[in-house]
Each structure stands twice: as structure tokens, then as C-alpha cells.
Unconditional design. Structure first.
Length: 180
């Protein structure tokens, strides 16, 4: 009997909530809703027994079970409420970090002037970064602004297609709210 997962259904693809950071979305190992398809020959009593055992062992909430004898497959749609709770907690902590000012130093391999120009274009397009400094000789980039450090590192890694190592993160209190 073969089994494979089709991935996320249409309800979980567009379920990115307001205030959710890119780092929390990428760190989710299991989607909120998942569709599992098991292929089996239902003329065999052993395969029938294995399918019933698999369905009974799934502890998560099963929304629907569809058995198609002619296509020789069983389709399960499951939800994972624990993952949704984790997402809500991470979302609340992410909204708390947005008012903070961070300065972050990263190590990125900048081999040539073209790499430096590409890095500068990427940093200028990121609205949450207020200032930046690129040190080509040391392969170091420093950025300051109102951002979530993990999100900025992930965006730079994706756009530069290079490994990004966070060296240090300094957190400053919001200077605009404490002016008397």
C-alpha cells in the first residue's frame, strides 16, 4: 500500500493572518489542514485492515474520510488545532516586536562589486530598514530599523541566494514614544 500527502488545501494556503511574520510561517512544520491520500487494493483484506488501523491511529481531528473503491484510494482531511494555537502565540509575540528598533550585523559572502550592488538594491527596497552599512572586505552587512531580525535574514537569504549568518542583534527601545 502506497501513501502520499498532497500538501495544504485551499483553506490553509491563504490563511496567512495579519501580523504574521515570515519566520513564523516558514517554521511551521505541519500545515493547519492537510489532505492525506492512501492508495490500496480493497479486494485484499490485509489492505482493508491496514487502512482501518491507520485511520483509527490518527489522533488529530478528522474532518472527512472518502473511500473510493474504483480508484483504489482513501482520502482523509485532517486539521491540527495545536498548530493553530502555536501560530496565534507566535503572531502575538511578533506584533510586540514590530515597535522595537533593532540593529543587526550579518555575515554574507560578498565576492565582487556586483554582489555589493545587488545587496544595496535589496536593502533599499526593504521598507522596514532605515539605515544600512555594507563592509565588502569583512563580508559584513549592518542594518538598523523597525523589523523582525529573522524575517530580514530570511528575505536577504532568498533574494541573494547565499547563506546569511546573524552575528549580533542589538535591541533599542522605541525613541519616539519616550520623548517628553
Amino acid at each position: 500500500m502506497d501513501s502520499y500527502a498532497r500538501g495544504m488545501s485551499s483553506t490553509s494556503k491563504g490563511s496567512r493572518l495579519k501580523g504574521t511574520t515570515l519566520a513564523t510561517i516558514e517554521s511551521l512544520a505541519v500545515p493547519i489542514e492537510q489532505e492525506l491520500v492512501f492508495l490500496a487494493d480493497f479486494r485484499c483484506s490485509g489492505c482493508q485492515q491496514r487502512v482501518t488501523e491507520i485511520v483509527s491511529k490518527i489522533n488529530e481531528e478528522i474532518q472527512s474520510v472518502v473511500v473510493s473503491v474504483f480508484e483504489k484510494k482513501v482520502t482523509l482531511v485532517c486539521t491540527y488545532p495545536a498548530t493553530a494555537d502555536k501560530l496565534a502565540v507566535q503572531q502575538a509575540s511578533a506584533s510586540m516586536h514590530t515597535a522595537q528598533v533593532y540593529c543587526m550585523a550579518m555575515r554574507i559572502n560578498l565576492d565582487c562589486n556586483a554582489c555589493c550592488r545587488k545587496m544595496r538594491r535589496i536593502l533599499l527596497k526593504m521598507k522596514e530598514i532605515e539605515t544600512h552599512l555594507i563592509e565588502k572586505q569583512c563580508n559584513r552587512v549592518r542594518v538598523c530599523g523597525r523589523f523582525v531580525p529573522a524575517d530580514v535574514a530570511i528575505k536577504i537569504r532568498k533574494k541573494m541566494n547565499r547563506r546569511v549568518e546573524i552575528l549580533e542583534i542589538q535591541e533599542f527601545s522605541d525613541v519616539n514614544t519616550h520623548v517628553e
